[in-house]
Design a protein around this ligand. Structure first.
Ligand code: SF4
Length: 177
């Protein structure tokens, strides 16, 4: 019991860290990995319809397919789900910092999943090595996660954007332990 209380405190501190960074994080929650939904259809959306398919080293076919993602998620029980806003580069920086903080706090398996194609370079070095491997992370959707269902399962509100001027929300995940 004492161990559980200590652990929950650690998760709360991670959420606080996300909120405290000046990167436009609007909400961060501790979630059960059981609430993360992985479906085969998600990567069809990447393959047929996304102009960044095969153009970013963090997107399909480079990112884990949905079967691998399911196996990876079996290694975890708890994650931090974060809602934020553009710019994308700042959101990525925030998630990676959160992953590093979790690792330093003893959650050595911590791994971040980003939102959308990697935005760290103007153009991805698709024919060579990643320029920032310590920071580039695949997005939830590129790994086959149904982001809409996953965030709604955890009480976040999200709607499909009808036009470009609508407020954009980003969702990222840090798998903790
Ligand atoms: S850091 Fe640069 S090279 Fe690496 S995946 Fe992102 S855009 Fe591509």
């Amino acid at each position: 019991m004492a161990k559980k209380e200590k652990s929950n405190k650690g998760y709360d501190a991670l959420c606080k860290t996300a909120m405290e960074q000046e990167y436009g994080v609007t909400e961060a929650k501790v979630v059960s990995v059981d609430s993360i939904v992985v479906e085969p259809w998600v990567q069809m959306k990447c393959r047929f319809g996304c102009p960044r398919h095969e153009k970013s080293r963090t997107c399909p076919p480079f990112s884990p397919d949905y079967k691998e993602t399911k196996r990876i998620l079996e290694c975890y029980k708890t994650a931090i789900l974060v809602e934020g806003e553009p710019p994308a580069k700042n959101f990525t920086e925030m998630l990676v910092k959160l992953e590093h903080k979790a690792t330093l706090d003893g959650y050595y398996k911590a791994f971040a999943l980003d939102a959308g194609p990697c935005s760290l370079c103007k153009e991805c070095n698709i024919d060579g090595k990643c320029r920032f491997p310590a920071k580039a992370r695949p997005s939830m959707e590129s790994c086959g996660i149904d982001v809409f269902k996953t965030v709604r399962n955890n009480g976040f509100e999200v709607e499909f954007l009808q036009h470009k001027k609508q407020y954009v929300k980003y969702f990222g995940l840090v798998l903790v332990e």
